[in-house]
Design a protein around this ligand. Structure first.
Ligand SMILES: Cc1cc2nc3c(=O)[nH]c(=O)nc-3n(C[C@H](O)[C@H](O)[C@H](O)COP(=O)(O)OP(=O)(O)OC[C@H]3O[C@@H](n4cnc5c(N)ncnc54)[C@H](O)[C@@H]3O)c2cc1C
Length: 451
């Protein structure tokens, strides 16, 4: 690895680093990389990928490693992890055109803060925003609570500069809001999980901050009613900016981990947030309260910013809280059409009761995206195998309801064995063909998406 072409680039082959960079937030089994590299600019990225290509190494791009599908962990041998942590600058904020250009390693939450300070915002807000990077968000097409109103990462990416596996650079998208010239390579890179190219510069849209925000916590004694409330609110032509769901077990997990005062004697909670002009959101809130009351829900309005932040802190602490229940879990992020939310919630409850295995659900109910956590211990082989059977059953039910096996976490390595349940042979063949054109030597993030 101490080869002249890479001299001057920060690279480690120390065991401590190799171990740290062979994990992400999933429980995916990974192999150890041969080296970890931290390029500081696009030129260094190009040198690394060229070196890898010429010396039979594969490259695993990595943002912050918060991925839930093992997409940034090494799979196979002879691999260099390329971490974008040190490419984290905001390069340009163009208020005339409402765009911001960044290096891929910038942390989402840091970008949010910088833009908010100037009166703008970047809507995609994964619950991991305090750590995850924009490069990782683009590669997974990340969503977040605000996706229900504002859409996902794809809706905000205007252009991507990227290094191809042969070391050449491409520039996709552009500076304009509209473009109708040729195939849309930018959209091909979004959600490609680092299997096609390495993003080195990303241009994003930004929006003006809304005038006002109102946050409602709605408590339900009946889980199905909470799901019905979600589809009724949407069908009453109100689009809140978030509509997050937590079931009783998720609430209990939070309260045992970091008590925030959420009631534990309810079956489900919806965290609904509205934004816009004060008079409009007041009216929308009244309508939402009416709908929820009719379904037996009790709504509480967050009094001030502190109360609001406390609720979001609780919501964002669910994932770590669950690890206090079991050392491991199987985490899936199915998505169903919104009118099927009550059905899937009841199906999950039934599966849990039948199997005797706890299934904890929470997530972005407003866009039908439920994070399903099958609480099994990986070290207990029998229990784990039972958990995996439940996962397959959940995928079957989801697909039958017209849903998808991943709303935002992607396929990575953990869901690679299941992609064929959703994507048919013809379409899979086209996808593999595209991969082959970008990456004929197969050195970009091997083992991901297609297994
Ligand atoms: C507590 C918690 C909450 C979460 N909440 C959400 C949520 O609300 N919504 C959501 O969508 N996800 C969520 N996630 C999952 C995760 O945060 C997202 O998938 C995120 O986009 C990953 O970003 P990252 O920087 O950590 O990327 P990593 O995990 O490091 O990598 C993810 C993928 O991006 C690729 N990649 C990274 N940088 C580049 C680059 N520059 N060029 C090419 N490929 C690259 C990697 O190879 C990999 O395939 C959550 C995770 C946790 C732990």
């Amino acid at each position: 690895m101490k080869n002249p072409p890479l001299s001057g680039i920060e690279i480690s082959t120390e065991k401590e680093d190799l171990i740290c960079y062979s994990f992400d937030a999933s429980n995916a089994e990974a192999t150890m990389p041969q080296a970890v590299a931290w390029p500081r600019n696009a030129e260094e990225v190009v040198k690394i990928i060229k070196y890898a290509s010429e010396n039979a190494f594969s490259v695993v791009p990595r943002g912050a490693g918060t991925g839930m599908a093992g997409a940034s962990v090494p799979a196979g041998t002879n691999c260099i992890v390329l971490s974008f942590e040190k490419m984290r600058k905001i390069l340009d904020i163009d208020t005339k055109n409402m765009t911001v250009t960044v290096e891929p390693g910038i942390v989402n939450g840091k970008l949010q803060k910088e833009l908010e300070y100037l009166g703008y915002f970047y809507p995609p807000d994964p619950a991991s925003l305090s750590v995850c990077t924009i490069g990782g968000n683009v590669a997974t097409n990340a969503g977040g609570p605000r996706a229900v109103k504002y859409g996902v990462t794809r809706d905000y990416v205007m252009g991507i500069e990227a290094a191809l596996p042969d070391g050449s650079m491409i520039h996709t998208g552009g500076r304009t809001y509209k473009k109708a010239v040729g195939y849309d390579l930018k959209n091909l890179l979004i959600g490609s999980e680092g299997t096609l190219a390495l993003s080195t510069r990303i241009r994003l849209k930004m929006l003006p901050l809304p005038e006002d925000i109102m946050t409602l916590l709605v408590l339900f004694k009946n889980i199905e009613a909470s799901g019905t409330a979600v589809s009724k609110i949407i069908s009453s032509k109100i689009i809140p900016r978030t509509m997050e769901f937590m079931d009783r077990l998720a609430i209990e997990a939070i309260e045992n981990y970091k008590p925030t005062g959420l009631p534990t004697d309810v079956e489900a909670i919806l965290l609904v947030e509205l934004d816009g002009y004060p008079a409009t959101i007041k009216k929308e809130a009244e309508r939402i309260v009416d709908i929820c009351n009719t379904l037996g829900g009790e709504a509480i309005v967050a009094e001030d910013d502190m109360a609001r932040e406390r609720l979001w802190e609780a919501r964002r602490s669910i994932s770590p809280a669950l690890y206090h229940i079991k050392p491991s879990k199987i985490n899936e992020d199915i998505v169903v059409p919104r009118d099927k939310i009550p059905t899937i919630l009841m199906d999950l409850r039934r599966l849990s009761e039948e199997s005797g295995i706890s299934i904890i659900s929470f997530g972005h109910a407003g866009d039908g995206n439920i994070h399903v956590n099958v609480m099994v211990d990986k070290n207990n082989k029998e229990e784990y195998a039972k958990g995996m059977e439940i996962v397959k059953r959940i995928f079957e039910i989801t697909l039958k309801l017209g849903g998808s096996i991943s709303g935002e976490h992607g396929i990575g390595i953990t869901k690679a064995p299941y992609i064929g349940m959703e994507i048919k042979e013809k379409e899979l063949g086209l996808m593999k063909g595209i991969k082959g054109i970008f990456d004929p030597k197969g050195i970009m993030n091997p083992g991901k998406i297609f297994g």
